[in-house]
Design a protein around this ligand. Structure first.
Ligand SMILES: [Zn+2]
Ligand SMILES: [Zn+2]
Length: 641
């Protein structure tokens, strides 16, 4: 065959000589595309422009104008990693290069330096890369045999590359630019012109091949973009995320702190507990409205229970054990087995179902020290947990009610929620008919509540399908929060039974669900979402009154008393009014009332956090505050039926 055809995105066909590459196709279309193309996509595959196309393929070019396309960024950053390696080799003779893949938001390259380097060296390396960029670089691709590749990297004294060739699958390809040749599958840019912004962002230790028995290498992180503006925006977002870091704000706002004496177990300060208790009050109130009953079950159980529940087999590594003389006890990592023991305490009737047990008990999970993170990844965790015991026919309505409850909570905090359904895994218990039924019930509930959802095929638990609840915060970052999970196995293992309308005994289904996820994690996320400026109803201090002079002190105290039961403080310190206003701003207090000669209960000078000013009477102000507390505002029912 001397010619072939490929199909362009507008469905037109392009005739090319057989064996033509992506670049040849670009050339046939026009000189501008040749200049701008960075990658050719065939379906999901990103292919290097230098590689041949095949007859009948549907192709699409990514260009330097696709500045936000993940694949276009990937090839840009991968190429940038090669520039970094070239620079490091020139600046540090004797350095060995390991691997350098692109990652989310950037790339890294691992090196074995003869002498350790520090953050201060990054500037010098970055300058060297910029010099390369100014000089210009072109990439060329070469395919060789594994033996030739080994000989080549041995000659260059690159032992890590030699090892990589030894384990590489399929053909060996090399990419060369300037003075550097890398073992690499590609794809790469044609040349370095599209790299308009390059920045090194950090330094870390990393074991060769991620194995702690291997040598520790130095990992240099960086990022690159198609424009300086995109890099600036990215750095700005990083800075915002840093400023919002809940570990930092938690200390600054006096919410909590952590100690080595109990890793992963926050010490909650009085102000942190105000937020916690407001969430707890919301949980109790909504549980009551939505037909839950509150229970309390033990924290510590004989391991016999964990063996029966299956946790001993599957979760033991994460459990804290308490050895006794001839027994072993374990601190509960989950509430479910306790709730099932409680349910199984008597033979139930179908008339009692659905039975919804709620308990926000402290749980302990022995998470590895390296994975702990502020309050968002902890060992002492308090879920807003519940277990709903129900019949097969009740599943859909109960799932619907859980989703409705979750949506209510996320909307309270302006969190953009999304839902993900996980379906039957390879390894599962129960028949296909059973899974057909339970999956359909979850889908029906999602659709009835009008929720958009994605499907994660095969990611359900072995005992049932689940819906994971995700949200996006104000910086657009995604967090996994709660989960709603159907279980047809554990209740039977723990002897839960009810007598049905048919007078026969049945095993109930159980829905495990936590909606905020955990108090610890939820508060951490809210702190970052609001950058510490919490909504009025959960703010630790809601109002601060500032008497202008000593003579206004009594009136300020009186005003504070009249604002009960809101959380009001009077700041009568010696600082100037301006300084006291600034302090309240730093503490992110929602309302500041300056009280001097001009103020009275008919005219309060009100400053909202963020700068808005207003003059209101006490009565007007109280009316405004009432609208800021969700369950006082109009007292709309929270349920959707
Ligand atoms: Zn590469
Ligand atoms: Zn559970």
């Amino acid at each position: 065959m001397s010619s072939m055809k490929v199909v362009l995105p507008d469905n037109s066909e392009l005739e090319l000589p057989a064996g033509a590459t992506g670049l040849d196709a670009a050339r046939a279309i026009g000189p501008k595309l040749v200049e701008q193309a960075v990658l050719v996509k065939i379906g999901d595959e990103s292919r290097d422009l230098r590689l041949p196309l095949r007859d009948g393929e549907h192709i699409k070019f990514l260009t330097t104008r696709d500045t936000a396309d993940p694949d276009a960024l990937y090839v840009l950053r991968h190429s940038s990693a090669h520039l970094l390696a070239e620079a490091v080799r020139r600046l540090y003779p004797g350095v060995k290069v390991a691997i350098g893949p692109p990652i989310e938001n950037g790339f890294y390259y691992d090196f074995d330096f003869p002498e350790p380097i520090t953050e201060a060296d990054l500037e010098r390396i970055e300058e060297e890369v910029k010099r390369e960029l100014a000089e210009g670089r072109e990439w060329s691709r070469e395919e060789i045999s594994a033996d030739d590749a080994i000989a080549r990297f041995e000659a260059e004294d690159e032992p890590y590359k030699v090892e990589l060739v030894g384990t590489a699958q399929g053909d060996i390809s090399l990419y060369r630019q300037g003075e550097f040749t890398d073992l690499c599958r590609g794809p790469h840019l044609q040349n370095a012109k599209p790299i308009k912004a390059f920045k090194l962002t950090g330094l870390a230790g990393a074991y060769w091949r991620g194995d702690e028995h291997n040598k520790q290498l130095t990992r240099i992180y960086g990022t690159a973009f198609y424009s300086q503006a995109d890099l600036d925006e990215y750095l700005e977002r990083l800075e915002q995320a840093r400023a919002r870091d809940h570990r930092r704000l938690g200390v600054q706002l006096d919410l909590f702190h952590l100690e080595e004496i109990s890793p992963g177990s926050p010490f909650w300060h009085p102000k942190g507990m105000v937020i916690w208790n407001e969430l707890e009050a919301m949980r109790r109130r909504e549980n009551a409205v939505r037909g839950y009953v509150e229970v309390k079950t033990p924290l510590i159980y004989d391991k016999v229970l964990w063996e029966r529940s299956g946790h001993w087999e599957k979760f033991r590594e994460n459990m804290f054990l308490i050895p006794e003389d001839d027994h072993t006890f374990a601190i509960k990592p989950m509430n479910c087995p306790g709730h099932m023991v409680l349910f199984a305490n008597q033979l139930r009737s179908y008339r009692e179902l659905p039975l919804r047990y709620a308990e926000a008990a402290p749980l302990h999970r022995n998470e590895r020290a390296g994975t702990l993170h502020g309050t968002t990844r902890v060992r002492h965790v308090t879920q807003d947990d519940a277990h709903i015991f129900c019949t097969r026919e009740q599943i859909e309505d109960e799932i619907f009610a859980c989703l409705d409850y979750a949506k209510y909570i996320y909307d309270l905090f302006d969190l953009e929620s999304s839902f993900e359904l996980s379906t039957r895994p390879e390894n599962r218990l129960g028949t296909d008919e059973e899974w057909d039924f339970t999956e359909a019930a979850l889908v029906a509930a999602l659709e009835r509540r009008g929720l958009d959802y994605t499907v994660n095929e095969g990611d359900g638990a072995f005992y049932g399908p689940k819906i994971d609840l995700h949200m996006r915060d104000s910086l657009g970052r995604a967090w996994q929060m709660g989960t709603v999970q159907l279980d047809s196995q554990q209740p039977g293992r723990l002897n839960c039974r009810y007598v049905g309308a048919d007078n026969a005994e049945h095993v109930p289904y159980v829905i495990h669900r936590a909606l905020m996820g955990s108090f610890e994690r939820f508060i951490g996320i809210l702190t970052e979402h609001y950058a510490g400026a919490f909504p009025f109803w959960i703010a630790p201090v809601q109002i601060r009154v500032l008497p202008v002079g000593e003579g206004h002190r009594d009136a300020a105290d009186e005003l504070a008393a009249k604002l009960a039961p809101y959380r009001v403080e009077v700041d009568a310190s010696d600082d100037t009014v301006g300084k006291r206003i600034r302090n309240a701003e730093v503490e992110k207090i929602p309302f500041v009332l300056v009280y001097g000669d001009k103020e009275s209960e008919d005219a309060l000078a009100i400053r909202e956090h963020g700068g808005l000013k207003d003059t209101l009477s006490l009565q007007e102000f109280r009316a405004k505050l009432a609208t800021l507390v969700p369950w006082q505002a109009g007292a709309e029912p929270s349920l959707t039926s």
